[in-house]
Design a protein around this ligand. Structure first.
Ligand code: ARG
Length: 492
């Protein structure tokens, strides 16, 4: 018996190939089988099927194939599975599998089950990257590097300061992913095609068996909505923006021009023609994948737009974009963590490049304003003029300051004086950093507590993920156990 029924004549292979989702349903095969199990348990409980039918169906499901053979002409895995059951058990038995359910609620359920796993995978990948950044802060944290605005040297910062900045951005991504989780983890099962069913199903039992925290309240919403997919890809896109910026910096910093870091050979590639090359390929691809993830989000939103309620086959087209977007995000983040945890800063080279780059000029302006009784704006103008002079003449800044500050400040009521030694001291990057008093600033003395605070955050998100993963596994184990108990009698 063909589960497609007798309403339609046979389709052409071309139509099957075009409309089938078999090619990517492998992603949700095990979730679909478990959904069928939970549904069948509910049918048994509701006395909608005889215990015998229930047992046989469950036994089939517990041994069901998760992959179809190449030339199997199924529309999707849902139909494929049912056909296999009918072939194996006969339509008198397996024909009950789909009582009270539709592929519409079934696929929405399987997607949510897979999506929650993907979210946890992504959270853990991001946590790895955060942990790699914290380790860099522990190892190279006190190294002073140039901080940039407009990609022009701005002020010196510590490596730790930089690591914390990226850590905190990633922490918000972790929070967004964990906040999204409860919206994903509700069950559409029992919605049937779009309006519910007279079949006595217990939606909440099915939900519980599948490890959901509750049910999608409205049956039409349950089969129509893919907003959680849009949301997951949005959050992944936001995450990938930061990933791409971090990657870009690694590309820049490993270049000869910057020369701040040395990447591990493991994460680099050579050139087929230029023997000297060491290309930062992992960072380049992670940077590129942010475009692909954004592309997946764009595809899904464009497909969803203006779709009439409730289910439309258009929705099927969103699913591969969802998986691809999320796996691109996870793999980029995972590889980038490897790159970050194996890179080395080059403090000597960085130190040399910082000398004489005027990046502590703000300290001099602050000093004049706070110690010499002039306003910051006046001080800013004076220091700016001194920078221009030093730059033009090629004379060290502290020399120019000592020699010219009197003349440059002659417009003021009181001529300013400052010794070369004093100027040099004010302009020292180390002193500049040590003087910072504001919360969240780049003072090296604050590194240990910054690391500690973030390690605690990492522990917190780790605990949350572990609790979710445990309860997910527990409910899966419980249901399989229940299936085992019910099917035992047929086996014996
Ligand atoms: N393969 C479909 C999907 O991925 C499953 C639902 C199909 N529903 C239907 N009425 N044809 O969305």
């Amino acid at each position: 018996v063909d589960v497609r029924g007798r309403r339609l004549r046979k389709r052409s292979d071309e139509v099957t190939a075009f409309t089938s989702s078999m090619a990517f349903d492998g992603q949700i095969a095990s979730q679909t089988i478990r959904t069928n199990m939970a549904h069948m348990i509910s049918l048994i409980e509701g006395k909608e099927v005889t215990p015998d039918v229930g047992r046989k169906c469950l036994l089939f499901l517990s041994e069901a194939p998760t992959v179809g053979k190449k030339n199997e002409h199924a529309e999707d895995f849902h139909q494929f599975l049912e056909q296999k059951a009918v072939d194996a058990l006969g339509v008198e038995v397996a024909g009950y599998l789909n009582l009270g359910k539709s592929r519409n609620d079934q696929v929405a359920t399987a997607i949510r089950m897979k999506l929650r796993e993907e979210i946890l995978t992504l959270v853990n990948a991001v946590r790895e990257l955060q942990s790699a950044l914290l380790n860099v802060a522990r190892t190279f944290g006190r190294t002073v590097i140039p901080g940039y605005t407009h990609l022009q040297r701005a002020q010196p910062v510590t490596v730790a300061h930089y690591c914390f900045a990226h850590f905190d951005a990633l922490q918000r991504d972790v929070e967004r992913l964990l906040q999204l989780y409860p919206r994903v983890n509700v069950s559409p099962m029992g919605a049937a095609a779009l309006g519910g069913t007279p079949v006595r199903l217990q939606r909440r039992l099915v939900a519980e068996l599948l490890g959901f925290d509750g049910v999608v309240a409205n049956a039409m919403d349950a089969v129509s909505s893919r907003d959680v997919a849009v949301e997951a890809l949005s959050v992944a896109s936001i995450l990938m923006l930061d990933v791409s910026r971090l990657s870009e910096e690694l590309v820049l910093w490993s270049s000869k021009e910057f020369g701040f870091i040395e990447l591990s050979d493991e994460y680099a590639a050579g050139s087929s023609i230029m023997p000297q090359k060491k290309n930062p390929v992992v960072a380049e691809l992670a940077r590129a994948k942010s475009g692909s993830v954004l592309g997946a989000l764009t595809a899904v939103t464009a497909i969803m737009k203006s779709l009439p309620y409730s289910y439309n086959l258009d929705l099927q087209e969103t699913t591969p974009h969802l998986w691809r977007g999320l796996s691109d995000a996870s793999s980029s983040v995972a590889l980038l963590s490897g790159m970050v945890s194996t890179l080395k800063f080059k403090p000597r080279a960085i130190g040399l490049s910082i000398r004489g780059d005027y990046s502590t000029a703000t300290a001099l302006a602050d000093y004049l304003a706070r110690q010499k009784g002039i306003s910051f704006r006046e001080a800013h103008a004076i220091v700016g003029e001194l920078v221009a002079m030093s730059n033009e003449e090629g004379t060290p800044f502290e020399k120019v300051v000592a020699q010219r500050i009197g003349r440059v400040s002659s417009r003021l009521a009181r001529r300013l004086t400052i010794s070369e030694k004093e100027a040099a001291k004010i302009l020292e990057p180390e002193g500049f950093l040590a003087a910072i008093v504001t919360e969240g600033g780049s003072n090296p003395a604050k590194i240990p507590e910054g690391v500690e605070m973030r390690a605690r955050q990492l522990g917190g998100s780790g605990g949350k993920v572990a609790r979710i993963a445990t309860s997910m596994k527990d409910s899966e184990r419980k249901m399989l156990r229940r299936v085992e108990v019910i099917t035992k009698e047929v086996k014996d």
